[in-house]
Design a protein around this ligand. Structure first.
Ligand code: FAD
Ligand code: NAP
Ligand code: SF4
Length: 672
């Protein structure tokens, strides 16, 4: 029995297959599934994670036919030729003693392509294509195509399949009135047969030793979703049909409730799976915002589930389980649930990766090998760019000294961790602190690197990662005492009045607004308050699990301004921007676009908008007007004989974010 994680690291027998532990890497579409040469890269991706000890993995979704594809030419498993291509993946995983399931996913009306089908011809709010209603013959054929995909998966060497029955995809669409208005033998009252038919007929074809996991939508989070009694009834029917495991699905994609973003509390939905425990006799998997071995262990120890599914945490760190086993969990690069390089990439048709681990899905291309000739390096600045560069370079055997002006590491990332809902960013700072020590980086805090200083130490190479400073816009009265930088506001260096104008509605402007709204009551650290805030029905009395949101008014008057006339926050993350916009809206924040700033004086902020001069009578104004590169040291050194590279915000301040900074730092270190 493991001394720290006895539940998480205990094996589980499923039929004739023994899983090494209770951790599953949930399905993630990486974009490699459709890319030329992508299967070789997928083989490296999955085998690295199998070597890292995860008990079971699930691939991204493969469609059982072309109408079920998520987009044109998306990955399918419908022909023998498809099946043969997967051998490279299953062989690579089995060589590492891993286990892997193929996920079969029919998108139904969520398909982003013109041939979409659904139970009824009702368009979804997230695809421009109206589906055709499946004929009765079409439904029969679709069931057989699911079965065919399971058989092909077995031929490809998979240990089993996951049948995707949640998140609002086709199977789910049969199960609720909003998407199934049929009156024939597939009407709502009979629709369970679509899901059970797939499981039953697949089981008949693949035999008893092949794992069938079914992903069940336990909480739809949409109006008129399934009620709890129906969900339980379906779970029982799925068990009877022959499934070995039931995985938890939370929320349809069209739901307007966050389910995996960083502001969702850890393990926020494990209570839903817990309600299902005992209703069926097969193991249950819980999921959503499980990102540390500690939270996984406590969920299992509390009897909320038999297994936990963690998808993104395995992108961030392929050795998650190995490190837990070896009691090195402080070395885990913890997923901060930002979605910036994984889901946002997927939705932008880019290859998925990880903000914290740029090697994810690029394993064959970004290798961190021992340096042939170790060098003496100085890295200036301990923000994300400098930290990732220093650690990677030290891992390669270079001797690294890291200089940081302030008493702590983290740079702007440290400030980010002060935002309610971004507390997870502190985990990255914990990881970097541990790794700097482990890799023997000499860290000089409270030390501003100067040309003199660097000259004395004769470094072979200097890496400038001096980051950014906030821009001060040229508005008359900008020196007024009511004006604060975002740094001052976040460090609470002064009292901030209840009436506040924020100049700049970019990523930091939104975050500062969130900070000012919530500073007395952060919902994200209290699961029950968070559930109330978003109107999630803890009692499971309402169909779909939605009830009236409940939260305390913040008592502030906050204005978020920008010069552009576009929608504020339009550049925020594709999969998370709506959460920030919706949260600030319900907090009563006023968005003002098309602003021409005039002056600041004792009365407040004067500006023109819609051709009118206006005054905001505010107590404070917080500046969030973008960034400028901090290049003083670089300018002083660039004409000297030092070999210098410049990375992160110091090299480019516009379009900068931590994803770019970490990617650049890691790649530079890999090349030195
Ligand atoms: P910085 O983080 O600016 O680090 C530079 C470091 O260099 C600083 O610590 C500085 O003290 C040090 N330094 C400078 N000169 C010297 C010198 N001469 N000697 C020694 N040390 C020196 N990004 C995202 O991707 N996602 C987010 O959700 C996100 N949220 C954010 C929220 C807030 C509130 C803020 C402020 C930023 C956020 N960011 C986010 C932006 C992200 O933090 C920055 O893009 C990132 O930190 C830039 O990294 P960097 O290493 O280039 O520079
Ligand atoms: P940003 O997102 O580019 O926003 C800068 C804001 O300042 C804009 O609203 C801009 O709007 C305004 N502005 C620019 N020049 C101005 C001027 N001279 N006077 C007045 N206003 C001006 O930059 P940021 O907010 O500083 O964020 C820095 C980086 O961190 C960004 O790349 C961002 O992606 C990243 N970040 C990401 C997140 C996240 O959740 N993913 C959160 C925080 C930060 P107008 O020009 O229209 O006025
Ligand atoms: Fe997690 Fe962000 Fe990495 Fe995605 S990009 S895996 S959410 S840390």
């Amino acid at each position: 029995m493991h001394p720290l994680y006895p539940n998480l690291l205990s094996p589980l027998k499923i039929g004739k297959t023994t899983l090494k532990n209770r951790a599953i890497m949930g399905s993630m579409h990486t974009g490699l599934e459709e890319k030329r040469g992508g299967f070789e890269r997928l083989a490296a991706f999955y085998s690295e994670r199998a070597a890292g000890g995860i008990g079971l993995m699930v691939t991204g979704g493969f469609s059982p036919n072309f109408r079920g594809q998520l987009k044109p030419f998306a990955a399918s498993m419908s022909r023998l030729s498809h099946s043969k291509k997967h051998r490279i993946i299953t062989d690579a995983v089995h060589r590492e003693d891993g286990k892997i399931l193929l996920q079969i996913l029919h998108a139904g009306r969520y398909g982003y392509q013109p041939f979409v089908v659904a139970p009824s011809g009702i368009k979804s709010p997230i695809s421009p294509f109206k589906p055709s209603a499946l004929s009765e013959g079409g439904i029969e054929r679709t069931i057989e195509q699911f079965v065919n995909a399971a058989v092909l998966a077995s031929k490809a060497g998979y240990d089993g399949v996951e049948i995707m029955g949640s998140e609002g995809y086709l199977i789910n669409q049969f199960l609720v009135a909003r998407t199934n208005q049929r009156t024939d033998q597939w009407a709502l009252s009979e629709a369970e047969r679509f899901a059970t038919g797939i499981v039953k007929r697949s089981r008949a074809k693949v035999g008893g030793d092949f794992i069938i996991m079914y992903r069940l939508s336990m909480l739809d989070l949409i109006d008129d979703g399934s009620d709890w009694a129906t969900v339980v009834q379906l779970a029982k029917a799925i068990e009877t049909a022959g499934a070995d495991i039931i995985n938890t699905g939370i929320g349809w994609h069209e739901a307007r409730i966050p389910t995996i973003a960083t502001s969702v509390p850890r393990g926020a939905f494990s209570w839903v799976t817990q309600r299902m425990m005992g209703e069926v006799n097969i193991p249950l998997v819980t999921s959503n915002r499980v990102n540390t071995p500690e939270i996984a262990e406590s969920i299992l120890a509390d009897g909320c589930a038999d297994l936990v599914s963690m998808a993104r945490p395995l992108l961030a760190d392929p050795d998650f389980i190995l490190k837990a086993e070896q009691q090195r969990s402080d070395e885990i690069n913890t997923c901060i649930a930002c979605n910036q390089a994984c889901l946002d990439h997927t939705f932008n048709n880019q290859i998925a990766s990880c903000l914290l681990n740029p090697r994810a899905c690029h394993e064959t291309q970004l290798t961190i090998s021992k340096a042939i000739q170790p060098k003496k390096l100085a890295v200036i600045g301990a923000g994300p760019a400098g930290l990732s560069c220093a650690i990677t370079a030290a891992q390669r055997g270079h001797s690294v000294t890291l200089y940081e002006t302030s008493p702590e590491i983290g740079g702007q990332f440290k400030l980010a961790s002060k935002i309610p809902g971004k507390e997870e960013f502190l985990e990255s700072l914990r990881y970097y602190t541990t790794m700097l020590k482990k890799e023997g980086v000499k860290v000089k805090l409270n030390t501003t690197a100067t040309p003199d200083h660097l000259g004395k130490h004769q470094y072979d190479h200097i890496i400038m990662a001096t980051g950014v400073v906030g821009r001060t816009p040229q508005i008359p009265g900008i020196d007024h005492p009511m004006v604060l930088s975002y740094r001052q506001a976040l460090n609470r260096s002064q009292n901030i009045g209840p009436r506040i104008a924020i100049i700049g509605a970019g990523g930091i402007g939104f975050d500062v607004a969130e900070f000012l709204c919530h500073k007395e009551h952060s919902y994200t650290l209290n699961r029950d308050k968070w559930l109330d805030y978003w109107g999630i029905d803890k009692a499971l009395n309402h169909p779909g699990g939605l009830t009236k949101p409940h939260f305390e008014p913040n008592g502030k008057q906050i204005y978020l301004l920008q010069r552009k006339s576009s929608k504020p926050g339009s550049k925020l993350g594709k999969t998370t921007g709506w959460i920030h916009r919706s949260s600030l809206k319900r907090e009563g924040v006023n968005f003002i676009s098309g602003v021409d700033y005039q002056k600041i004086d004792d009365q407040g902020l004067h500006f023109k908008a819609d051709g009118k001069t206006q005054l905001l009578k505010v107590d404070n104004i917080v500046i969030c007007a973008g960034q400028l590169s901090n290049r003083h040291l670089y300018e002083d050194l660039k004409s000297t004989s030092h070999q210098i590279d410049i990375i992160g915000g110091a090299s480019l301040a516009t379009e900068l974010d931590a994803k770019w900074a970490i990617d650049q730092g890691t790649r530079l270190a890999a090349s030195l």
